[in-house]
Design a binder for this molecule. Structure first.
Ligand code: PBG
Length: 324
C-alpha cells in the first residue's frame, strides 16, 4: 500500500497539524436575554444553563464573558404584554428596557460588539415579525417600522443590526435609513436564509414571542428549499448587507455551504435554541457527552463554511477552552 491515510492520524501532534478546521472564541456571538427589574435572573426551562437577566446582572454576565474572550453579543428583550401593541411602538422607545440597556452596555463596555435584533415580534401584540392586517403580514408598511427600529438601535450604540424579520427589501430600507441618519459605520448582518423552523420553540418560550395566530410561513423560508437561499442572498448583497446568515444551522449545513461557495461576504450561522436544547436534554439524561457533542456540533457548522456562529454555547465553549 503506497497510500495510508492513517499515517496522518498517528499522533496528537500530527493530527493537530493536519486539522482543517479550528474553533476559536472569536468565531462566536453570544445571544443574551434581557428582562426588566433589578437583581433578576430567571431560568428558562427549555434552555438549561441560559437565563434572562435584568440589566444589572446582564452587565455582570457580560463582564465575565468578556474576560473569557467573548466579544460579541446579540441582545434580545423579553417584554411584558402590557407594552406590546400591533405596531411595536415600544421598539423605538429610547427610555424603554431595550434601548436604555443597550446604551448602558455600550457605556460600560465600549470594546464589546453589540448586535441588535430588528423584527417586530418581541414588541408586537400579534407575536409576528411584521404588521398584521386581516391575517396578512404587510411587507412594505413593516419596512418603515423596521427602519425606525434600526435607527433607534444605532443611536443607542448598536454595532451590528440583525434584521431577523424576512420582509422583502428590509436590508435596503435599513441601510438607507441608517445612512440618512449618519450611521454609515453601523453594520448589517442579514438573516439571509431564515427558515420557518420548529427549532425556534425554546426561544419563543424565552421571549414569550410566539405568534398569537397563524405561523411564519409567508415570510420565513420553506425548509424544503435550498436554491431559494441564493435569491435571498443576491438581494442581501445588492441591498448592502455586510454579513449573510443562515438560520437554523444544523439542519441547514448544505445552505451554509452553498452561500459560502457562492458569495465573498462573511457567512454566519445561527445555532438556534432548539438545537441547543436537544443537546442539553440528551446530555442531562446521560445519553451523550455534552462537552464533546458541543464541540463537534460547533465544528460542523464552521466546517460547512460559517466563519461566525451565533450560539447559546458561547460561554460554555469559552469556559472549556479556558480550562474552567
Ligand atoms: C424572531 C427571531 C427568532 C429567533 C431569533 N429572532 C424566532 C422566530 O422567528 O420566531 C430564533 C432564535 C432561536 O431559536 O434561538 N425575529
Amino acid at each position: 500500500m503506497l497510500r495510508r491515510p492513517r499515517r496522518n492520524r498517528k499522533s496528537a501532534a500530527i493530527r493537530g497539524m493536519v486539522e482543517e478546521t479550528r474553533l476559536h472564541v472569536n468565531d462566536l456571538i453570544f445571544p443574551v436575554f434581557l428582562i426588566d427589574g433589578k437583581n433578576e435572573k430567571e431560568s428558562i426551562s427549555s434552555m438549561p444553563g441560559i437565563y434572562r437577566y435584568s440589566a444589572d446582572l446582564l452587565l455582570k454576565e457580560m463582564e465575565e464573558c468578556l474576560k473569557l474572550g467573548i466579544r460579541t453579543f446579540d441582545l434580545f428583550p423579553r417584554l411584558p404584554e402590557s407594552v406590546k401593541d400591533p405596531l411595536a411602538i415600544e421598539a423605538t422607545n429610547e427610555n424603554g428596557l431595550y434601548l436604555s440597556t443597550l446604551r448602558r452596555i455600550k457605556q460600560e463596555f465600549p470594546e464589546a460588539c453589540i448586535m441588535t435584533d430588528v423584527a417586530m415580534d418581541p414588541y408586537s401584540s400579534e407575536g409576528h415579525d411584521g404588521i398584521v392586517r386581516d391575517g396578512k403580514i404587510l411587507n412594505d408598511e413593516t419596512l418603515e417600522v423596521l427602519a425606525k427600529m434600526a435607527v433607534a438601535q444605532a443611536r443607542a450604540g448598536a454595532d451590528i443590526i440583525g434584521p431577523s424579520d424576512m420582509m422583502d427589501g428590509r436590508v435596503e430600507a435599513i441601510r438607507e435609513a441608517l445612512d440618512d441618519e449618519g450611521f454609515q459605520e453601523v453594520s448589517i448582518m442579514s438573516y439571509t436564509a431564515k427558515y420557518a423552523s420548529a427549532y425556534y420553540g425554546p426561544f419563543r418560550d424565552a421571549l414569550g414571542s410566539a405568534p398569537k395566530s397563524g405561523d411564519k410561513k409567508t415570510y420565513q423560508m420553506d425548509p424544503a428549499n435550498q436554491r431559494e437561499a441564493l435569491v435571498e442572498a443576491d438581494l442581501d448583497v445588492a441591498e448592502g448587507a455586510d454579513f449573510l446568515m443562515v438560520k437554523p444551522a444544523l439542519a441547514y449545513l448544505d445552505v451554509i455551504k452553498l452561500l459560502r461557495d457562492n458569495y465573498e461576504l462573511p457567512i454566519a450561522a445561527y445555532n438556534v435554541s432548539g438545537e441547543y436544547s436537544m443537546i442539553k436534554a440528551a446530555a442531562r439524561n446521560g445519553w451523550l457527552d455534552g462537552d464533546r457533542i458541543m464541540l463537534e456540533t460547533l465544528l460542523s457548522i464552521k466546517r460547512a463554511g460559517a466563519n461566525i456562529i451565533l450560539t447559546y454555547f458561547a460561554k460554555e465553549f469559552a469556559l472549556l477552552q479556558a480550562g474552567k
